[in-house]
Ligand binder design. Structure first.
Ligand code: AP5
Length: 226
């Protein structure tokens, strides 16, 4: 099942599942650019809502800070609205959604959300490596580019390569919130593996490999060139 989009194939509908820090966002940026489809990152959308102090942002902020999931009804509405936009008609890459069974079931009813028709990539990474990645992650607050102090440092320490903004550490990358995020993942998101496993487009990803190796694996599973 080759993924399409601008090429005239069927729309590419892709879901990235996996624990915090597994590299979903890093790969989502590259794969969505390669396929010319929007990357729908619920984490980024919520962080933007928090920064803009919208109604959703005010509800989400205290939960995100503690590492808890934001309620399903809010997320389902945000994603339904986003997938209804014109640019998503040619496909989309969901990064961070669905994260609960209720979200996965709601997605089935959304534009093109039939999970049998798309690709689901499950990123797998040992806990020790997750902790190492999250503690070293740095984020550009302007363009959302992600770096790592050891494995993916910016050209100038502490500054974004794209826009020169000062990089920050996410509040929820601090120790207490990370422990809660991992607990939420095991309890509420890991059960989604059973929901998707066995479908034709379900792929496991060894996320411990380099960024380039993980990318090559994903594009090969999508049946496209790098
Ligand atoms: P969200 O922003 O989605 O966080 P997450 O799923 O915890 O994922 P991360 O962004 O932490 O990690 P990632 O897998 O994208 O890794 P990355 O590529 O950055 O969600 C945040 C919060 O929002 C949630 O806790 C929740 O409160 C709320 N939320 C969001 N969606 C929700 C939903 N659907 N329902 C309810 N609540 C929701 O990489 C990590 C680091 O590793 C980086 O430093 C990177 O440079 C480095 N790295 C990446 N790949 C490699 C590699 N191959 N080798 C070495 N280093 C690497």
């Amino acid at each position: 099942m080759a993924a399409g989009s601008a090429s005239g194939h069927a729309p590419a509908r892709i879901i990235f599942l996996g624990p915090p820090g597994a590299g979903k966002g890093t790969q989502a940026a590259r794969v969505s650019a390669r396929l010319a489809i929007p990357r729908v990152s619920t984490g980024d959308m919520l962080r933007e809502a928090v920064a803009n102090r919208t109604g959703v942002g005010r509800k989400a902020a205290p939960l995100m800070e503690k590492g808890e999931l934001v309620p399903d009804d809010l997320l389902i509405e945000i994603v339904r609205e986003r997938l209804g936009m014109a640019d998503a008609a040619s496909g989309y890459l969901l990064d961070g959604f669905p994260r609960t069974l209720a979200q996965a079931q709601a997605l089935v009813g959304m534009a093109g959300g039939n999970p049998s028709e798309g690709h689901v990539f499950l990123f797998e990474l040992p806990r020790a490596e997750v902790l190492q990645r999250l503690s070293g992650r740095r984020l550009c607050p302007v363009c959302q580019s992600t770096y790592h102090v050891d494995s993916n440092p910016p050209r100038i320490a502490g500054r974004c390569d794209r826009d020169g903004a000062e990089l920050i550490q996410r509040d929820d990358d601090k120790e207490a919130a990370v422990a809660k995020r991992l607990e939420e993942y095991e309890l509420r998101t890991a059960p989604l593996v059973a929901f998707y496993r066995g479908r034709p487009g379900f792929h496991r990803v060894d996320a411990a490999r380099t960024v380039d190796a993980v990318y090559r694996h994903i594009v090969s599973q999508l049946g496209i060139t790098e």
